[in-house]
Design a protein around this ligand. Sequence first.
Ligand code: SF4
Length: 329
Amino acid sequence: MSLATDKALHRRGPSLVRHDWTRREIHGLFDLPFPALIFRAQTVHREHFDPTEVQISTLLSIKTGGCPEDCAYCPQSARYDTGVQADKLMALETVVAEARAAKSAGASRFCMGAAWRSPKDRDLDSVCEMVEAVKGLGMQTCATLGMLAAPQARRLKQAGLDYYNHNLDTSPEFYGQIITTRVYRDRLETLEYVRDAGIHVCCGGIVGMGETREDRVGMVAALASLPEHPESVPINMLVRVVGTPLADEASLDPIEFVRTIAVARIAMPRSVVRLSAGREDMSEETQALCFLAGANSIFYGPKLLTTPNPGRDRDRELMEKLGLTAMEP
Ligand code: SF4
């Protein structure tokens, strides 16, 4: 896309929510000169959000490790020797205590993650109790439990679940190189069940897994052409964990990461774009550029499931430095 075309697009006025993005158009956004891309992303961001507000979520692993799936990036897969111990499902009281602590530290949403291919119905009973209890604290609730059947999605909705996280991870073409124990279609199916149950969708991906730019284009195009855009779009930078097949992957240029955030912002104007895993190794400057590119959510707290995340003090300092405040639920 040339700068002239970009200017022409601007003259059209407020950005429309579109579900018919072509890969060519998404490619054109990635190819824009960096200042033009950031300007466009900022413009779209300001049409729909206060650019000084950041939504804060906290993520807790309620069932860690021992997962039968083979996601090449994940230290919780039972197939890789990563030193992550398999635990049983966490007790309800522990989850509630963690949620209370997250709330007093400023989190408005509490996400509960379990390392399952899909939950068994009896496990779902326990998760539903957790959802009800966390909701009772006045927080938004989110869960990521693997693939769901339609009745399971409906049960979670009845328990008060606000969001379900289920990432598309990457482009449909690259997916098979990262995961072989399920297919893209499985992911889309769970997303459909979640939507049909009336639960908000949290769905994004991971970059830096050895994919090409075309795959990053394909990932954003897949997300932006869902029948409804996910309300939350987490964009993760791969955390290279020793023992996983991606441990020695070359690191992705941070500017390419910022470009991915900006393109996601433009393609999904009303979604909250979350700067997710990988922040621990990101400079403050890169994170600041991500916020300028339209990221408006972070995970807060020292741990993201099993990988490190910046401490709350570091985040508070950065937000203060940038004049950012926590978004009210
Ligand atoms: S990402 Fe989820 S499904 Fe994949 S191995 Fe890890 S815990 Fe299992």
